[in-house]
Ligand binder design. Structure first.
Ligand code: FA5
Ligand code: MG
Length: 410
């Protein structure tokens, strides 16, 4: 059955996602455009830049952390299914029931209980519960985000989790009676020594990764951050073309997260990084959409067996953009969500759309109605677009927005 973007799933319809069937309901909002990205597994595709960079990250982690017998300490999980439960994606990570990150407008829900994972952190709990202490999760993640050169609704993350026992933290030679993992009074709180030791290891590990990939001279800085599942938390930013861009989030795992996974007597750190951002920095790739390109002019630049090969990426072509604006009155029932509009633009415009953003909004003083004006920048990576072609796509977007979102195009 054909379905478009909004309110086209009827209760009882089944949705097929990644080869599995799920019941749909009022929360279902996966679009055909998103479904078309599933199963591509760019991080596993031989010679793809995201595969090269993920190999380099794994190699770095293998080399940095060894068992006493000299083999890699970390295990790698790169084929976990992207449909997860709200329990995995949110609850297991202490994300409050009313937290904004759960909103339908920010996620792709399969139904009210399941969604496409919004981050690889969704797998932390199940893997720790299985008894894993040191692991990486690599996979595609899905978010109804804004659209620009560094944001795309599907991207790839690498999650790193390291759990330590008291003797891992303090070393075997210390008199450990004096050193504890948790403060003695009140609810379990990390001992300040633990925070300092883990923080030093975590930051050293991630800065080392950045200098290994980008070179000793890379400009980077740490910024304090907040995540419900780690405390304290930080983000690492790197200078790219005179701008600071966020490369990862990380922190000391909250004790309650470990308890949720039935882990006792351990402390740990975790990080989550965006593979596309690392690849854009490493290869000087200017636009996040090119990772999905099947153009041989793009892919052929990455055909080499040693992932550490240097690439000076050449943009296949940058054609002049066609810019069309769309203005409409929002429906009076305040059901309008900008994310629904972005989905429509993506679904219909596909890779013709480089960017969409709100340029103007106002409320009519007498009628009280609100109007939004968005600018859509059309530009194909590989070829010149004609104004006629753009007009056809643009008017389909106008039609679909009118029928699916109940707006009135001005
Ligand atoms: C997270 O997803 C946390 N799960 C990270 C984390 C893991 C924190 C473990 C603490 C412990 P955030 O939403 O900031 O955080 O995303 C992490 C990284 O993914 C960002 O730093 C960025 O590199 C990348 N990223 C985020 N959104 C996008 C996007 N739309 N497109 C491409 N990359 C993105
Ligand atoms: Mg962030």
């Amino acid at each position: 059955r054909h379905f478009s973007v909004k309110s086209t799933y009827h209760p009882g319809d089944q949705v097929t996602v990644g080869g599995r069937q799920y019941p749909s309901d009022h929360m279902t909002n996966i679009t055909p455009h998103i479904l078309s990205h599933m199963g591509r597994n760019l991080h596993l595709q031989q010679y793809h830049p995201l595969c090269h960079i993920s190999d380099r990250i794994v190699k770095y982690m293998y080399g940095r952390y060894l068992t006493p017998r000299g083999s890699p300490l970390f295990s790698v999980h790169s084929q976990l299914h992207p449909v997860v439960t709200t329990q995995q994606n949110f609850d297991s990570l202490l994300i409050p029931k009313d937290h904004v990150s759960r909103k339908k407008s920010d996620n792709f829900y399969v139904n009210k209980e399941q969604l496409l994972r919004a981050h690889t952190s969704a797998h932390q709990c199940e893997l720790m519960r299985m008894g894993l202490d040191n692991f990486l999760v690599i996979g595609d993640v899905y978010r109804r985000d804004e659209i620009d050169s560094s944001h795309y609704p599907v991207f790839h993350q690498v999650e790193g989790v390291r759990l330590l026992t008291k003797s891992d933290v303090y070393g075997k030679q210390q008199d450990m009676k004096e050193y504890e993992l948790f403060t003695p009074e009140g609810p379990p709180t990390h001992h300040p020594h633990v925070i300092n030791i883990l923080k030093a290891d975590l930051k050293d590990c991630l800065q080392g990764l950045a200098t290994t990939l980008f070179g000793r001279d890379v400009e980077m800085r740490w910024v304090d951050a907040y995540f419900p599942f780690t405390h304290p938390s930080w983000e690492l930013e790197v200078k790219l073309n005179d701008q600071w861009i966020e490369m990862l989030g990380c922190g000391i795992i909250q004790h309650q997260v470990l308890l949720n996974a039935d882990v006792e007597e351990r402390v740990g750190w975790a990080f989550g990084l965006g593979l596309e951002r690392w690849a854009m920095k490493l290869y000087q790739i200017p636009d996040i959409r090119v990772f999905w390109s099947t153009d041989p002019g793009f892919l052929s630049q990455f055909v080499f067996d040693d992932p550490a090969t240097n690439v000076n990426f050449k943009v296949v072509s940058k054609h002049t953009p066609c810019i069309n604006d769309i203005s409409f009155w929002l429906p009076s029932d305040s059901s309008y969500e900008a994310a629904d509009f972005y989905d429509i633009v993506r679904s219909i415009g596909g890779n013709l759309v480089e960017q969409v953003y709100l340029v103007d909004q106002f409320t009519h003083p007498h009628t009280g109605r609100t109007s939004h004006c968005y600018r859509i920048v059309y530009r194909h990576m590989d070829r010149i677009l004609t104004q006629e072609e753009v007009n056809r796509v643009h008017s389909r977007i106008e039609q679909e927005t009118t029928t699916a979102l109940g707006v009135t195009v001005r």
